[in-house]
Design a protein around this ligand. Structure first.
Ligand SMILES: Cc1cc2nc3c(=O)[nH]c(=O)nc-3n(C[C@H](O)[C@H](O)[C@H](O)COP(=O)(O)O)c2cc1C
Length: 667
């Protein structure tokens, strides 16, 4: 029984009049699935309800806007100033609460980053008159939003009356949230948003009582907001305040001021929630949402420092995944509550699994940020390793297959393992054939890379699950049409993957040239100076790995930009790494020939030479589509999934495999 293994983690905590069943909270996620009035739609409700079902003590809806006229930054935010959102929000509160979690709403005003206000012809308001650079020229989903004629956003400092209106708006929104049935609120005063702009010394240079060098003045608005919210919700109703423990930008405040801010919140906020960073800086954003290059629990030290100085319960957030670490944080007194963001998408059942001693079965977030990137691009939630995420409503209506079938899965990579697992879990009889001598596919080669540790663990976990589900795994078995026919399957899932492309460049067969896949497992073959042909994800990540091993790395990319493969949040992490590690980047550059001493190339300005001891090619993957299509007539049901369609992401592979496996045996 793991309640005993994690006694501090599962120790309930009373805050105000509310008892939280454990210390694991689901950190705020914006809702995104909205109805026509910007209230949550049924699939939004299901998304948050799923976390409650998994055992989180509290589940909070992110960035709900208290006043759309002045505070909305993009189209996909819940609006709390529309009373007609009552039924949808009540449905949300009910759905979360019925599983024993406390339902929470994050109260948000985006201040000078309320870009939608500008689009509507309104006025951007912030602490002071300023100009916001053109970083958010889209509505976060690609559609262009209005700009002023000079292409910049002109912010006006709030008048006293506008500040008073804002304070009232927070109170009104809190009262509404309580009426809807939510059990707590979180005031967003971190990450550079509205209230954080007032706290920030580099933004808020007002000359009156609402700003300037004195922290007391800069804290006046957040404290007035808490007072207004308290009046609205009454005593005993938990008010959590999210701050950045440090802004992590050059002119921003550091942890010493973070402590001073927390001390001023102490006694007024019921939970001081300590995040870090700032959404407007590429570097600071990697602190707010730590990528795969940061350590687990890398932001806990901010909370731990603050906890030494306050008596209110302190929450910590950022790169928290494994129950043992969560337990240690609470047990050692670094924080009272752990908030899990992306982990709650990777495995909403983490609390329950930890409590039941099924820790090994937890899907641990890889911090690949596919969730975040997908949300921004498509406004759908997703998780690379949990294909059910974002489909919680469909899951509720999923039926068992009408007919149990004999299923042949061809290929034991990420897609093949997912298809085999899902099909077996749905009761089908599954044979999984893999040509190589182990499961895992093309990404096995990255499993030993330190920042890909979680990917390696995921591949092992999936392989373990496949066998535990009773799948007949046949290694060293290539699926030909003859073999497929001889097995007489009712359904075939072709998940054959792709193979690396070797570019036809003079010198490519030289002794100093290797493919990326080989180098991952044999980094010792790489000399001190290395040039990588290809600035896609594989090339960039390999470059970072080799730089970590002390090599001087350059990337040569034909296209005008490095290719993020659609994952722009991970790409931000990669860019920060490229910069910090001084990895050379030559864009718009075509390799012409490889010599023993480097690469001859050409860009718009003419020919160039890149000296190198070793040259690596990472120029893409060729889908094994012909081999896959050849299997189509070998069974009544036939499905193509993953990289054999076209080489893409883990997310695409798991999603397609999962969906195909769920379609098998409908008739
Ligand atoms: C998809 C996604 C949506 C998020 N939405 C919000 C939000 O609405 N409000 C907020 O304060 N933080 C938001 N965050 C930040 C998380 O609450 C959390 O602070 C951050 O992801 C770091 O925690 P993690 O490493 O556990 O993911 C979001 C994060 C992700 C990945």
């Amino acid at each position: 029984m793991s309640v005993e293994t994690y006694p501090h983690l599962f120790q309930p905590i009373r805050i105000g009049k509310t008892i939280f069943r454990n210390r694991i909270f689901a950190a705020p996620n914006g809702c995104q699935y909205l109805d026509g009035r910007n209230g949550p739609s049924p699939d939004g409700v299901a998304f948050f309800e799923r976390k409650a079902l998994g055992g989180f003590a509290s589940v909070t809806l992110g960035e709900c806007i208290v006043d759309r006229k002045t505070g909305q930054s993009h189209d996909y935010q819940i609006l709390l100033d529309d009373h007609k959102n009552l039924p949808a929000l009540s449905a949300m509160a009910t759905a979360i609460s019925r599983h024993g979690a406390v339902a929470g709403v994050q109260l948000q005003h985006c201040g000078m980053y309320s870009h939608l206000v500008y689009e509507k012809g309104g006025q951007l308001l912030g602490p002071v008159d300023t100009v916001v650079p053109d970083v958010h020229h889209t509505n976060n989903d690609g559609h262009e939003v209005a700009m002023s004629p000079d292409g910049l956003r002109h912010v006006r400092g709030m008048t006293e009356e506008e500040i008073e209106n804002l304070i009232r708006a927070f109170g009104k929104a809190a009262a509404f949230v309580k009426q809807c049935g939510f059990g707590m609120v979180m005031i967003h005063a971190g990450h550079g948003w509205g209230l954080a702009q007032f706290i920030s010394k580099y933004v808020n240079t007002r000359k009156d009582r609402w700003g300037g060098p004195e922290l007391e003045n800069r804290m006046r608005l957040p404290l007035a907001v808490i007072e207004s919210v308290r009046k609205a919700v009454g005593p005993g109703f938990p008010i959590e305040v999210r701050i950045s423990g440090a802004e992590c930008i050059d002119a921003g405040y550091d942890i010493d001021e973070g402590v001073a801010i927390a001390k001023m919140l102490d006694g007024k906020a019921d939970i001081i929630h300590v995040s870090a960073g700032h959404h407007e800086s590429d570097y600071a954003a990697t602190i707010t949402h730590p990528g795969m290059f940061q350590e687990d629990g890398c932001n806990v030290h901010y909370a731990a420092e603050i906890k030494k100085h306050v008596s209110a319960p302190v929450a910590t957030v950022g790169a928290l995944t494994e129950p043992a670490l969560l337990e240690e944080i609470i047990a050692s007194g670094k924080a009272d509550i752990v908030d899990l963001g992306r982990q709650s998408l990777a495995d909403p059942d983490l609390p329950l699994k930890a409590r039941l001693g099924k820790t090994e079965d937890i899907d641990v977030c890889m911090r690949c940020c596919a969730c975040f990137s997908n949300s921004t691009r498509t406004r759908r939630r997703a998780c690379a390793i949990n294909p059910a995420t974002g489909h919680e409503l469909e899951e509720q209506f999923t039926r068992p297959p009408a007919v149990k079938k004999k299923v042949l899965v061809a290929g034991g990579g990420i897609a093949g393992m997912q298809a085999a697992l899902t099909a077996a879990q749905r009761g089908h009889q599954v044979v999984l054939c893999e040509a190589s001598d182990s499961l895992g596919g093309v990404l096995k080669c990255e499993a030993m890379v330190p920042f890909k540790k979680r990917l390696g663990e995921y591949l092992e976990r999936q392989a373990r699950r496949v066998r535990a589900a009773g799948v007949d795994v046949r290694l060293g078995t290539k699926v030909t049409p003859e073999l497929a026919r001889s097995l007489q399957p009712d359904a075939i899932v072709a998940a054959l993957g792709a193979k690396p492309v070797k570019p036809p460049i003079p010198g490519i067969d030289g002794e100093n040239v290797f493919g990326a896949e080989y180098v991952y497992t044999h980094p010792e073959v790489v000399g001190q100076r290395v040039q990588i042909l290809g600035g896609g994800l594989v090339g960039i990540e390999l470059g970072i790995f080799l730089s970590q091993l002390g090599r001087e790395v350059g990337l040569i990319e034909m296209l005008p930009e490095l290719n993020d493969g659609g994952n722009m949040v991970h790409m931000n992490n990669l860019r920060v790494q490229i910069q910090q590690r001084k990895i050379g980047v030559a864009l718009g550059t075509k390799a012409l020939a490889i010599r023993p001493d480097g690469v001859e190339a050409e860009d718009a300005d003419g020919r160039r030479f890149f000296p190198a001891d070793t040259v690596i090619y990472a120029v893409g993957q060729k889908p094994l589509s012909d081999e896959a299509v050849a299997l189509s007539a070998c069974a009544p049901e036939f499905y193509l999934v993953g990289d054999c369609l076209s080489a893409r992401s883990v997310l695409a592979a798991t999603t397609e495999a999962y969906n195909a496996a769920r379609d098998i045996g409908r008739i």
